[in-house]
Structures are given as C-alpha cells and as structure tokens.
Design a protein around this ligand. Structure first.
Ligand code: NAP
Length: 260
C-alpha cells in the first residue's frame, strides 16, 4: 500500500493530474480520472502515427526545446499548468522519460507516482526462458534460430540486422524506418493479442524462437503461452532499472487511492 503524497491529504482535486502515458494502463487511468470529474492531462511522446487516444486533455511530443532539456522542459510545463501531481504510467522500457519525471518533479515540487504493470518474472514458464539484459544479448542468445519471431518493437529493430539471412517475422505498430531484409516478413498490428491468434501466427510462420521484452501485463502475454505449447524457445529482455525517487504501484485503483 502506497500512502498519498508526503505532507498532504491527497492532491487538490482542482489541480490537473499529468499522466505520462503511451500505455494501456495510462489510458485506463485517464478514463477513471475523467469519470470522477478530475482534471487530467495525458502526455504522449508522439512516436506512434495513429495513437490510441486517452480520455480527457492530451498533449503530444517531448518536453525538450532548443533551449531546454527534457527535465527543464517538463519542470516548466508542471509550473505553467499548475500540475498537482504526476503519474508516470509510461512503458517499463521508456527509461529516459521516467528518469526525467523524477528529476523534473523534484525540481518543481510536484508529487510523483510510478504506475508500472508487473513483469513476467512470476509467469509459470519464466524459468524455462532465456533472460538477457539487452537487445544485443538477445541477438547472441538467439543466434541459432532460423525462423525467429521478433516482438521487441520498431526502435531496436536494426540491431537484428545480423539475422538478415533468416526468415524473421517482425511485428510492430508503426513501419520500421529502414527497408527490411528481403527474407523478413512484416506484420503491422496493435495488441491486445489472444492465444488462438498467436498460436496460428507462430505455427504458420514455423517460428523456432520468440524474442520479447519483459513488457509484462496481460495484453501481449498470450504469445508466451502459445510459444510454450508449440515448443518455441523464448528469449526475454530484462526491464531497465526503475529510477529511484518515486513510490510505485501496479494498478489504477492504487493510483486513485494515492491521489485521495
Ligand atoms: P524514452 O526513451 O524514455 O523517452 C525518450 C524521449 O521521448 C524522452 O526524453 C521525451 O522527450 C520523450 N517522451 C517519452 N515519453 C513521453 C511522454 N509520455 N510524453 C512526452 N514525451 C515523452 O521513451 P520511449 O521508449 O521512446 O517511449 C516513448 C513512448 O512510447 C512512451 O510514452 C512509452 O510509454 C511508449 N511506449 C514505449 C514502449 C517501449 O518499448 N519503449 C512500448 C510501448 C509504448 P523529451 O526529453 O523531449 O521530453
């Protein structure tokens, strides 16, 4: 149980809550706050061309400018908009914005809470997977695969170029920024994904390896069950360290309790 912001009886319900978003949890939180009539601003990085939009006010793009870095820019935004509290509900792998949130809220004197979905360490099959620390380690660990299925996102896709001679299946939301090797097959889609679809996809592709980040949660977890049932090896990239400096919760209800 995380108690409310130190030294306060919750957060003033008139001051907007800034949600750093880009995740399903962030959208669920925005919807819950809008439903209670609380002012809320969701911030998206602007990476995805056609993002799923949260309820309430939305702003898009990084906080840095030509004259301010991301920390200064976010701190200035918090002051300009008289933000009452910040909830960092960004993806577990979005490490830069999470670190910026810790520094900027300390500077602006705004309370910060981290909302992060649990990872897959406690998944019943976790001990049978190969856990690695980075994308490059995933390339090494999976190097014997001939038909890998990559679900690690667009941003790190170029690191898998050593696998240009394999029949790689790539699943991303937005198209990659480079031309994929001829043998690679691109699937563009957005979760959530169900078990039957994941099973069909990997069986039809003849996948012998699944590479994933430890994104956690349920929206994209069906691939792990399908991989087990098909005997497909799984390589999981560990989450980056959560920057210290903010209490952490796993559910929208806990955020609402913290806000008071
Ligand atoms: P990142 O590496 O932590 O952040 C890079 C820069 O993008 C930040 O310095 C910041 O720019 C800007 N930024 C990131 N999130 C922002 C937000 N919510 N609002 C405003 N600016 C933001 O982040 P990333 O890994 O590229 O992820 C970008 C966004 O996609 C995040 O919001 C995250 O929740 C979402 N997402 C990421 C992943 C993933 O696997 N990384 C997966 C699904 C969704 P300034 O320094 O200019 O402020």
């Amino acid at each position: 149980m995380v108690t409310g912001p130190e030294g306060r009886d919750g957060v003033s319900s008139a001051a907007p809550v800034l949600i750093l978003g880009g995740t399903a949890e962030a959208r669920a939180l925005a919807a819950a706050l809008v439903a209670t009539g609380r002012p809320v601003i969701s911030s998206l990085a602007g990476r995805v061309a056609d993002p799923a939009l949260p309820a309430g006010e939305v702003r898009v793009g990084g906080f840095s400018t030509a004259s301010r870095d991301g920390v200064e820019g976010l701190a200035a935004y918090l002051a300009d908009r008289h933000v009452g509290a910040v909830v960092d509900a960004t993806h577990p792998f979005a490490a830069t914005i999470s670190a910026n949130a810790v520094a900027a809220t300390a500077r602006a004197g705004a309370p910060l809470l981290r909302l992060q979905r649990p990872g897959w360490r406690d998944h019943p099959d976790a001990a049978s997977w190969t856990w690695v620390d980075s994308v490059d380690e995933a390339v090494s660990a999976g190097n014997r695969s001939r038909r890998p299925f990559l679900t690690t996102g667009r941003q790190s896709l170029d690191r898998f170029i050593p696998w240009a001679d394999r029949d790689v299946t790539v699943r991303v939301v937005d198209p990659p920024e480079f031309t994929l090797p001829e043998r690679w097959r691109l699937i563009r889609s957005r979760g959530p994904y169900g078990y039957a679809g994941e099973l069909t996809l990997m069986r039809d592709a003849g996948s012998d390896l699944l590479v994933t980040k430890d994104s956690g949660g349920t929206h994209t977890a069906a691939k792990l069950d399908a991989a087990r049932d098909l005997g497909v090896r799984v390589v999981v990239i560990e989450r980056p360290m959560t920057p210290p400096g903010a209490p952490q919760v796993a559910t929208v209800d806990e955020v609402l309790a913290w806000l008071g």
